[in-house]
Design a binder for this molecule. Structure first.
Ligand code: NGQ
Ligand code: ZN
Length: 460
């Protein structure tokens, strides 16, 4: 049992001072007491629950910033877009080996911890070797990202991706997709093995991720959901949906329905589901999605970088919709940037301010921090996202000694961090009660950096 003391902490009941958090030997919060002075004098600063990062393609971290030249435009071909970026990304992933997957993910997860993310949902779709053949252990590359999480200390929800087709209606996959492909039995072999090996592991949860309606058929999706439910009928199900207008057009051509509309009508979309992006929706789709209780997995920095469009966040949240954030392609790994872009996108579009604050007397930072904690925890399917009894002791301690955070209290601290701070105020981070970041640094930081650089160099 460990006890941590904080001068101030954000609890589900609101801000409290002189807070003691008592953590059991397994890393779960056993008690939270307020108004308690530390006898050892080891009180730390301002504590908040760690943010879940609900959408990650870890390997893409190693190509962050490499897709910014508009080469094809200069060559007089199609303008650079999501789809041309995807081609570049497929070219990049062709060189990945198991060791590089692990080294890249390890560095990324360390960066996540330093940014204040204490859990990640890894949407993992590169399963096979460079020729597209399965490794002798089909789950090899999934095991590599889980090992990366274990190596850094971050909690993980591993979501092996179901991917077997190149477009709506069961189209042939292209060559760039050969490392992703599995039929239902092959896929369930991966999910079953991971589920069995991590059943009793408090830091690991296993779910699934049908990649998109482009990559599966309804039959395949149904078969896999039946198999998954036999293992665990509560485990998370994530899917990319309606990110690009071309995807909406292709879905209409295939089914006569828009992607979110199709999903809501044909699948039992409920709180275990997380719909990633869902950028392009009609009002009826937005309202139906909000009513389903499923999570909207929003990745504002990546969505901006890839030119996706803006999610209808105000309408969705006004209808009680659940949201969470993810760093997706990892063009940036930064809680404040995701939250800033989420709000600023709405401001630029509506030409109003404090659009997502929900009510005139709520701070925008507080509302968005709370909302993303709750939705992120739901999407990860783990007991996280709040400093309360029964949840994992995933805690971020902010350094409030520097401007513009200095002298601010309670919600103003969150607003200063999320909207006004350029330096990173994340000082100490605990996951399951274990300290993984101290004074802004990870214990293994130098070795992790070296291994990442070697892995990136080996890809050229
Ligand atoms: C992915 N990324 O799976 O990495 C996708 C691009 C696709 C985002 N959607 C590929 N942001 O959707 O086909
Ligand atoms: Zn994605």
């Amino acid at each position: 049992m460990t006890t941590l003391h904080f001068s101030s902490a954000l609890l589900p009941t609101g801000w409290a001072t002189d807070v003691a958090i008592i953590i059991d030997a397994g890393g779960t919060i056993e008690a939270v007491e307020t108004g308690v002075q530390s006898t050892s004098g080891s009180t730390s600063g301002v504590a908040v629950a760690g943010m879940p990062n609900l959408h990650s393609h870890a390997f893409q971290r190693a190509m962050a910033g490499l897709g910014e030249a508009s080469g094809p435009i200069r060559a007089g071909q199609e303008p650079d877009s999501f789809w041309t970026w995807r081609k570049t990304m497929y070219g990049f992933l062709a060189a990945l080996k198991p060791e590089s997957v692990q080294a890249i993910a390890t560095h990324l997860y360390m960066d996540m911890l330093k940014a204040g993310y204490t859990a990640v949902a890894e949407f993992h779709y590169v399963h096979h070797d460079q020729d597209g053949n399965a490794y002798s252990d089909r789950a090899e590359l999934s095991r590599r990202t889980i090992a990366a999480a274990e190596g850094t200390g971050i909690g993980i929800t591993q979501l092996p991706v179901l991917y077997n087709y190149g477009g709506f209606g069961g189209q042939e996959p292209n060559d760039g997709q050969r490392r992703f492909l599995n039929n239902a039995d092959q896929f369930m072999e991966i999910v079953g093995a991971l589920h069995r090996d991590h059943k009793d592991d408090a830091n690991v949860r296993v779910g699934i991720a049908p990649h998109s309606l482009r990559a599966v058929t309804p039959e395949l999706l149904n078969d896999v959901l039946i198999g998954l439910n036999e293992l665990d009928n509560t485990s998370p199900v994530h899917i990319h949906i309606a990110e690009q207008t071309k995807e909406v057009d292709d879905c209409l051509a295939w089914s006569g329905k828009r992607p979110v509309e199709w999903l809501l009508e044909n699948m039992e979309v409920d709180p275990r589901w997380c719909l990633i992006h869902a950028t392009h929706m009609t009002n009826a789709e937005t309202d139906g999605f909000a009513r389903s209780g499923a999570v909207a997995g929003l990745c504002p920095a990546t969505e901006a970088n890839l030119g996706d469009g803006l999610f209808p966040a105000r309408r969705f949240m006004d209808q009680g919709g659940v949201i969470g954030i993810g760093s997706d392609s990892h063009i940036s790994v930064n809680v404040k940037e995701e939250i800033r872009w989420l709000e600023y996108g709405q401001r630029l579009f509506t030409r109003e301010r404090t659009v997502l604050s929900g009510s005139p007397d709520t701070s925008t930072g507080r509302r968005l921090y709370d909302a993303n904690l709750a939705g992120g925890a739901q999407a990860c399917g783990r007991p996280i996202g709040a400093l309360e009894v029964g949840k994992r002791a995933d805690i971020v301690v902010l350094d409030t000694t520097k401007s513009p955070m200095a002298g601010r209290r309670e919600d103003a601290v969150l607003d200063a961090w999320l909207f006004a701070t350029d330096h990173n105020p994340v000082r100490d981070v605990y996951v399951g009660g274990k300290q993984v970041i101290s004074g802004g640094r990870h214990d293994e930081e130098d070795a992790i950096e070296q291994q990442f650089q070697a892995a990136v160099a080996s890809l050229k």
